[in-house]
Design a protein. Structure first.
Lengths: 240, 321
C-alpha cells in the first residue's frame, strides 16, 4: 500500500513539475483571491488584519478545489484510471498517493499564501508552531476529503460545477478550525484569548499559541477522512 | 414487449388478470395495509396536533401564541437531524458492505435523504419564523442554526449528485460514499460550530434554551407532535421508495422495450425500416439525442423517461394497420 502510494504520488508530482499547472494557474489564483478580498474590504489595516486568518483559509479552500480538479483531470484522459487499476495497484495506495500529491501542492501553496498574508495584510506570526501545525493538519484533511470527492466526480460531465458544491460544505469545519487556530497563532489583535476552557487535549497549552482544541479538531478531521478514503476508495474506483 | 403491453393493459384496468408480470414496486397486501394504516395514523396525528396546538393548549406566558411553534419545530428538527440522516447513513453503509448490498438500501438511502431534506428545510423555515419573532432577526449565527444550514447544503449536494445521469450501480456506489462523507461530517460540523460560537461570544444573548413552562396539555401535544411527524416521515418514505422502485424499473425496462420495438418495426417495415434504422444510427453517431430520433418521437418526452409507458401503445397503433 505504501509503495503504491509513493509511486502514485511521485507520478502526480512529476506531472505537475513538467506541466506546472498548479504553479502557473492555481497559485496565482490564490494570491488573486487575497488581493480581491483586500479590494472588497478596503485598504484599512485593522480590518484586513482582523480578517487575515479567515481570508487566508478561504483562499486555501478555493484553491484546493482547483488543485483537486487538476489532480483528477490528469486521470481522466488516456484511460489513466484503467491503467492504474490494470497495474495492480491497491486502491488504498492510489488514494493515499493522490492525496499526498495534492497535500504537497497545497502545502506549497499555503507557504506562498501565508507569505502573502504577512506581506499584503501585515500580519505577524506569534507562534510558528501553531501556524505550521494548523497548516499541516488542515492540508491533510483537505487533501483527503478532496480526493474522495474528486474521485467520485471524475467521470461526470458536470464535475466542474458539482465538485465545489459537494466539497466546500464538507470542509467548512477546516475553515472554522483553521481560522481560529490562526487567530490564536498570529498577532492580529483578535481572538488572542481564544483557548477553549479546559480543553487543551493536545497538551502544552500556549505552545501552539492557544489554538490547541482547534488543531485537535483539524487532526480529527484529517484522521476521519484519511481512514474513510482508505476504506472506500476501492468502491469508488469500481464505480468509475 | 408483450410483457410490457400486458403490464400497461393491466394497469389501465381493462383486464386485471392478464398481466403475467407483477408490476414493479407493488406491495404485498400486508405491506399495503401497514403503509395505509401508518399514513392514516400520521394524518390523524397531525390533525390532532394542529387542533390541540391551536385551540386546546393555552398561549405561553412570555411568548403568547408563538409558543405554539413548540409543537412543530422540535418534532420536525428531530426527524431531519436524527431519524432521516441516521437512516441515510445506515442504509448507505449497508449498501457499501458487500454482504448486505441490494438496491433496496440504495432506494432507502435516497428516499430518506429526499424526505429528510424537506424536513430540514421545514426546520430552517419554522426556526427562522420563530427567531424573527423572539430574537428580532430572521437569521442568527447561532451554533444550531449554522450547523443545520450546513447540513441542508450537504443534503442538497447529495441530491444533486444523484440527479447526474449514470448507471444505477454506479450511482448507488457514488451516492453511498457521498452519504457516508456527509454523515461523518455532521458531528464534526456540529462541534466546530458549537465551539466557534462559544469561543466567539461568551455570553450570548441568543441562547437556544427558551424559558417555556410546559403545562400538562402542552407536554402531551408536543409528544403527539413527535409521534405524528415521525409516522408522517415513515409514510412519506414508504411512498417515495415505491416510486423510486418504479423509476428504477422504467429506466431498466425502458431501453429494452424501445429496442425490442425498434427491431420489431424493422421486421415489419422490411427494407424501409432498415433504412430508417441506419439513418438513426448515423444520427446517434453525430451526437443527436435519442429523443430526437424519428422512431422515438411517440414518447413525447424530451428526456425519454416517459417513453416506455407510451411506446407500446404507439407500437400497437403502428402494427395494427
Amino acid at each position: 500500500m505504501w509503495r503504491d502510494a509513493l509511486l502514485v504520488a511521485g507520478k502526480d508530482l512529476r506531472i505537475e513539475l513538467r506541466s506546472r499547472v498548479v504553479l502557473n494557474q492555481v497559485l496565482p489564483f490564490g494570491v488573486l483571491v487575497l488581493v480581491l478580498f483586500a479590494l472588497a474590504l478596503g485598504p484599512g489595516r485593522s480590518t484586513l488584519l482582523q480578517a487575515a486568518p479567515g481570508l487566508f483559509w478561504v483562499a486555501v479552500l478555493f484553491s484546493s478545489v482547483l488543485a483537486v480538479q487538476r489532480s483528477f483531470a490528469i486521470e481522466a484522459t488516456d484511460g489513466t484510471r484503467d491503467g492504474l487499476r490494470l497495474a495492480g495497484l491497491e486502491p488504498a495506495g492510489v488514494f493515499l498517493g493522490k492525496a499526498a500529491a495534492v497535500a504537497v501542492q497545497l502545502a506549497a501553496l499555503e507557504i506562498v499564501l501565508g507569505a502573502g498574508v504577512v506581506f499584503l495584510y501585515g500580519a505577524g506570526v506569534r507562534s510558528l508552531w501553531g501556524v505550521t501545525g494548523a497548516c499541516l493538519l488542515a492540508t491533510l484533511g483537505l487533501a483527503a476529503s478532496g480526493t474522495i470527492y474528486g474521485a467520485l466526480a471524475v467521470g461526470l460531465e458536470v464535475r466542474e460545477t458539482l465538485l465545489p458544491f459537494l466539497l466546500l460544505p464538507v470542509v467548512a469545519p477546516v475553515l472554522l478550525a483553521g481560522t481560529r487556530a490562526w487567530q490564536a497563532a498570529l498577532s492580529t489583535g483578535a481572538g488572542s484569548a481564544g483557548s477553549l476552557h479546559g480543553a487543551g487535549f493536545l497538551g502544552g497549552a500556549g505552545f501552539l499559541g492557544g489554538g490547541d482544541p482547534w488543531i485537535g479538531l483539524l487532526a480529527v478531521f484529517a484522521a476521519v477522512y484519511l481512514s474513510l478514503g482508505v476504506l472506500v476508495f476501492g468502491s469508488i474506483e469500481e464505480a468509475a | 414487449m408483450t410483457g410490457i403491453s400486458n403490464g400497461v393493459t393491466a394497469g389501465s384496468g381493462s383486464n386485471p388478470g392478464l398481466g403475467p408480470r407483477v408490476p414493479p414496486g407493488s406491495w404485498s397486501r400486508r405491506t399495503t395495509w401497514i403503509v395505509r394504516s401508518v399514513g392514516l395514523a400520521a394524518f390523524v396525528g397531525v390533525a390532532a396536533t394542529v387542533w390541540l396546538g391551536l385551540w386546546v393548549t393555552p398561549p405561553g406566558e412570555t411568548m403568547g401564541n408563538l409558543v405554539r411553534l413548540v409543537y412543530v419545530h422540535p418534532a420536525v428538527a428531530w426527524i431531519a437531524l436524527y431519524v432521516a440522516f441516521g437512516t441515510v447513513g445506515i442504509a448507505s453503509a449497508l449498501w457499501l458492505w458487500p454482504r448486505t448490498r441490494s438496491s433496496f438500501f440504495d432506494r432507502l438511502a435516497a428516499s430518506a435523504m429526499e424526505v429528510g431534506t424537506v424536513f430540514t428545510g421545514l426546520t430552517l423555515v419554522t426556526g427562522s419564523i420563530w427567531g424573527r419573532t423572539t430574537w428580532g432577526v430572521w437569521w442568527a449565527w447561532d451554533a444550531r442554526l449554522t450547523s443545520t444550514a450546513l447540513l441542508f447544503v450537504l443534503q442538497l449536494g447529495y441530491l444533486a449528485l444523484r440527479r447526474v445521469p449514470s448507471e444505477p450501480d454506479t450511482r448507488a456506489r457514488r451516492s453511498a460514499v457521498a452519504a457516508l462523507v456527509s454523515a461523518l461530517d455532521v458531528p464534526i460540523v456540529h462541534f466546530s460550530v458549537l465551539w466557534w460560537r462559544t469561543l466567539h461570544q461568551q455570553a450570548t444573548v441568543l441562547t437556544p434554551t427558551l424559558s417555556v413552562k410546559i403545562y400538562g396539555s402542552m407536554a402531551w401535544t408536543m409528544l403527539l407532535g413527535f409521534v405524528a411527524f415521525t409516522l408522517l416521515f415513515f409514510w412519506m418514505l414508504a411512498i417515495r421508495m415505491r416510486s423510486a422502485a418504479i423509476e428504477d424499473y422504467l429506466d431498466e425496462a425502458g431501453l429494452d422495450s424501445v429496442l425490442e420495438e425498434r427491431w420489431a418495426e424493422g421486421g415489419v417495415l422490411g427494407v424501409g425500416g432498415r433504412a430508417v434504422h441506419e439513418a438513426s444510427v448515423e444520427d446517434l453517431e453525430t451526437g443527436a439525442r435519442a429523443g430526437d430520433l424519428p422512431l422515438l418521437r411517440g414518447g413525447d418526452a424530451p428526456d425519454g423517461r416517459e417513453a416506455p409507458g407510451k411506446v407500446p401503445v404507439e407500437a400497437g397503433r403502428g402494427v395494427e394497420p
